[in-house]
Ligand binder design. Structure first.
Ligand code: PPS
Length: 302
């Protein structure tokens, strides 16, 4: 474990997962190996030099990053399906210093380099001369009720990260911004403000569920990758939840069958099975009201 202050929320016997603070937001403690200090990761992220053809696929945790990474991968490979673990095809920038997290070498990655990140807009690497050589960012946002449930289920499936808390405790931490990557509303709004930047594509998980084909087309156009209708249709079929489940070994953390999985239910509205009316009221007031006036809205059921 990292030799740095570990943040762990507690209430009675309940504990959250272990986190560390980097660039003023919380990330899982295991993103650093035991010997490194958070400053090393801060410096790495802050000084990271982007290239104009880099593509970052970004979200608040559990909002559809895996889904969009797979779509982007297939777009660049004309609908090819890879058996390789996704983390060996797309580099998770916050875990780049963790040797066991990937076989990708950042210094020799072929272009276009594909990156996954959960960083808010202000912290995402932009290169030294952003105006001249901007890379591309695809941000995917998901309604916070489903994102919170998905995040809880994922954290609980580790078994070894210190969390022993029930959903009600985790939901409270999520509302208060005391889970990884802090407050959901700050994160999505940081990217929403840049949705009209020519190098930013802002997507919503629920829109992908409603019409995947149009979104595959939108993503390929954003990446200037022209594809035939046949390939667009192939990618659409292969990137439905059912399609991706056929290649499920690509979407296991570290490729381990018994570990946490990046594909779980893949639906809009799973939150209804976990929310009490009181919790729903808190989310509406303390999370969703913060979006008022921004123009950003979400579907909570389809
Ligand atoms: S992570 O760990 O933060 O990178 O997770 P992330 O990939 O962002 O989000 C995981 C959730 O996305 C769902 N998912 C999908 N939904 C629909 N269709 C497809 N193809 C798909 N792929 C991934 C995944 O199941 C997680 O949501 P939940 O609600 O837990 O099922």
């Amino acid at each position: 474990m990292a030799t740095c202050p570990i943040i762990q929320e507690r209430e009675g016997e309940w504990t959250s997962n272990e986190m560390i603070e980097v660039l003023s937001f919380r990330i899982p403690a295991f993103f650093l190996s035991g010997s490194e200090s958070p400053q090393v990761l801060c410096d790495f992220i802050t000084n990271f030099q982007t290239k104009p053809d880099d593509v970052f696929i970004v979200s608040y945790p559990k909002s559809g990053t895996t889904w969009v990474q797979e779509i982007v991968w297939q777009i660049y490979h004309n609908g090819e399906i890879s058996k390789k673990v996704l983390g060996d095809r797309v580099l998770f920038i916050e875990k780049a210093l963790l040797p066991e997290s990937t076989h990708l070498d950042i210094t020799t990655m072929p272009s276009p380099r594909l990156f996954k990140s959960h960083l808010p807009y202000d912290a995402i690497p932009k290169g030294t001369d952003d105006a001249k050589t901007p890379c591309k960012y695809i941000y995917v946002a998901r309604n916070p009720k489903d994102a919170a449930v998905s995040s809880y289920k994922f954290m609980a499936s580790f078994g070894t990260n210190g969390m022993n808390a029930p959903w009600e405790f985790y939901a409270k931490l999520f509302i208060e911004g005391k889970t990884v990557y802090n407050k959901w509303n700050d994160h999505v709004l940081s990217w929403w403000k840049h949705r009209h930047d020519p190098n930013v594509l802002f997507l919503k998980y629920e829109d992908l569920k409603k019409d995947l084909q149009s979104n595959v087309r939108i993503i390929s156009e954003f990446l200037n990758k022209s594809l035939s209708e046949e390939v667009i249709n192939l990618i659409t079929e292969q990137c439905t939840f059912k399609g991706m489940m056929k290649n499920v070994q690509s979407f296991l953390l570290g490729g381990k069958v018994e570990g946490p999985k990046f594909l779980r239910k893949g639906m809009v509205g799973n939150w209804k099975e976990h929310f009490t009316p009181e919790l729903d009221e808190r989310f509406e007031k303390e999370v969703l009201e913060k979006l008022k006036g921004s123009g950003l809205e979400f579907d909570f059921e389809l």
